[in-house]
Ligand binder design. Structure first.
Ligand SMILES: [Zn+2]
Length: 58
């Protein structure tokens, strides 16, 4: 079985997803360190995770 591979939208690195990766999981690109959200597993796809900004206290 081949490992699912996704491409980092930030730096275009190819990232192998761990076999136990779940949808909506946040992974970190080993190349550029950006947070990526697994938006789909079939086919495997990731998007840049929304920035978890500090809560500015509205
Ligand atoms: Zn990257």
């Amino acid at each position: 079985m081949s490992q699912p591979v996704v491409t980092c939208p930030e730096c275009a690195a190819e990232i192998e997803l761990a076999p136990d990766t779940e949808q909506n999981e946040i992974i970190i690109c080993p190349d550029c360190g950006v947070d990526l959200e697994v938006v789909s597993l079939d086919p495997p796809a990731v998007e840049l995770a929304p920035m978890e900004d500090e809560d500015w206290g509205e």
